[in-house]
Design a protein around this ligand. Structure first.
Ligand code: GLU
Length: 505
């Protein structure tokens, strides 16, 4: 039935850093658009000048670019439906405000904040609606002349939607099914403020979705309460036939599952809730980001995709192409998704394993350089390949691998006490001779030869291995001994053992 081209939009308000829940909304829109060969639009909803935060728009674009979400049109991307910043579309909205007023779907209201407060005190649970609007100062209760003269003498006003009471409004939601809301619970929402000469979110959002030919509105659950009003607006503007389909995504919940995920949860439990680091321009407070914390963008995408959606099977590791192929709004859950940040780390670990050693090494080299280490790229790749299974983040590699790059200059006291025996110096002296004759120096071959020597001499295998590890690493950690000697090479391995004999004997 619905033969329209799929066009979706991500429509953030530039009020600060983009929350990780907003990132998931953008991702789901993107997956849906790409699956259907559709367009993805970036629209900036900046009609609330009070809440505008400088830098937020750039932050949003940089975040989504980092994650590999590409827009087909919108702010920063061009397109034929612009401008895509709502603050640049004033004249467009004005025309539809006038249309609603002329058609009797909306009215002008002059009530000042003080007057509204007074009414709130008079009437408990006051709501500006069919039951109260005839007691207020608006174009329904004043004469045309009075309205004109109030406007002409510079009184500020708002335009309100006139909502008929007691009607069941049906919102067809692709995730939630049919949602029915009685219009009596709605208030006569403000659609336009003369003070800003700008519409409010509701009107601008509907006008833009219509003019930009948006086919599907996929957004967070927090917008579901606005949906009935939006349906009424489409109807009021005569656009009901081209109304987009709605899909309201489940909330992201606190890791414990009780309530909405907030920035404070991140601070409390030590994980980022923003894609990139964000410096609040007012307070200068810095909040951590997934990028700066060392997450791979594809791991973040994979992790977020599964917060509220599942592919219907057990598959967890999916790249963007897999996700585009498999994504399905019918497999989105209605109930909130717990934000399991430990799972996020697990995903990063899986991606570090999956990635080419070259790519991981390229990210590790600047860290090495910062530590004053200059190492051969091929060597770094080898070390990375050997050690990456032990870490979740590239930056954790340093702790695990530093001894591959810097010979120990001292030996962990506790380990030395326990592992360096009376005859260690003598035995390792002999080991040096065994190693010296070996060529090639590969792990397996060296292991066979060294073990044969130990057996022949009747030495204790464990003791020799422990002392050798101490000599090579400086402490009791690290991978398989002969993998270490292979990576270090003959000369360096022998040098380290000789030095340990000298220092520890
Ligand atoms: N500007 C709204 C927001 O910040 C957009 C809501 C919608 O997608 O309709 O999330």
């Amino acid at each position: 039935m619905n033969q329209r081209k799929v066009r979706v939009r991500f429509a953030p308000s530039p009020t600060g850093a983009l929350h990780i829940g907003g990132v998931r909304t953008a991702l789901y829109n993107y997956l849906f658009a790409k699956q259907h060969g559709g367009d993805m639009i970036l629209r900036i909803e900046d009609t609330d000048s009070q809440r505008f935060v400088p830098g937020a728009e750039e932050y949003i674009i940089e975040s989504l670019t980092w994650l590999g979400l590409k827009f087909d049109e919108g702010v920063g991307f061009g397109g034929n439906y612009g401008p895509y910043r709502q603050s640049e579309r004033r004249e467009i909205y004005k025309q539809y405000v006038d249309q609603l007023l002329n058609d009797g779907k909306a009215y002008i209201a002059f009530d000042t904040p003080e007057e509204l407060d007074k009414k709130r005190q008079e009437i408990s649970n006051f709501q500006y609606d069919a039951s109260t609007r005839m007691q207020m100062r608006n174009s329904l209760t004043l004469s045309i002349e009075e309205v004109q003269s109030l406007i002409q003498s510079g009184n500020q006003y708002v335009v309100r939607m006139q909502i008929a009471p007691n009607e069941d409004i049906i919102v067809n939601d692709l995730i939630r099914g049919e949602v029915v809301i009685n219009s009596s619970v709605l208030d006569d929402k403000v659609l336009y403020k003369s003070a800003d000469q700008l519409p409010t979110y509701h009107l601008a959002n509907i006008v833009d979705d219509h003019l930009m030919e948006v086919s599907h509105v996929i957004r967070g659950e927090e917008w579901l309460p606005s949906a009935p009003l939006h349906v009424l607006l489409y109807r009021g503007l005569g656009w009901e036939d081209s109304m987009p389909a709605f899909a309201h995504l489940p909330l992201l919940l606190k890791p414990e599952g009780n309530g909405k995920l907030s920035k404070r949860d991140g601070d409390r439990l030590g994980f980022p809730v923003f894609p990139l680091e964000w410096k609040d321009p007012k307070t200068n407070e810095i909040s951590s980001g997934y990028r700066e914390s060392g997450y791979f963008p594809d791991a973040v995408v994979n992790f977020l995709a599964l917060l509220g959606w599942n592919p219907g099977d057990d598959q967890e590791i999916m790249d963007m192409d897999d996700l585009i192929r498999k994504f399905d709004l019918n497999h989105c859950s209605r109930s909130g998704a717990k934000f399991d940040y430990e799972k996020g780390k697990w995903f990063n670990h899986q991606y570090i394993l999956k990635k080419d050693n070259k790519e991981v090494a390229a990210q590790f080299i600047p860290i090495l350089n910062a530590k004053g280490v200059k190492a051969d790229v091929a060597y770094v790749e080898k070390v990375v390949g050997m050690m990456k299974e032990r870490v979740s983040f590239v930056k954790e590699l340093w702790d695990q691998t530093s001894f591959f790059f810097i010979a120990p200059d001292s030996y962990d006291e506790k380990t030395a006490k326990k592992r360096w025996k009376e005859d260690s110096a003598m035995q390792l002296g002999e080991l040096v001779e065994v190693l010296r004759t070996r060529a090639p120096f590969d792990s397996e071959g060296t292991e066979v030869e060294v073990k044969a020597w130990i057996e022949q001499k009747g030495y204790h295998l464990g003791n020799i291995m422990n002392a050798t590890r101490l000599a090579l690493v400086g402490e009791g950690k690290g991978p398989h001994i002969f993998d270490i000697t292979e990576a270090l090479g003959k000369e360096e391995s022998i040098k380290r053992i000789q030095r340990a004999i000298e220092v520890l004997k």
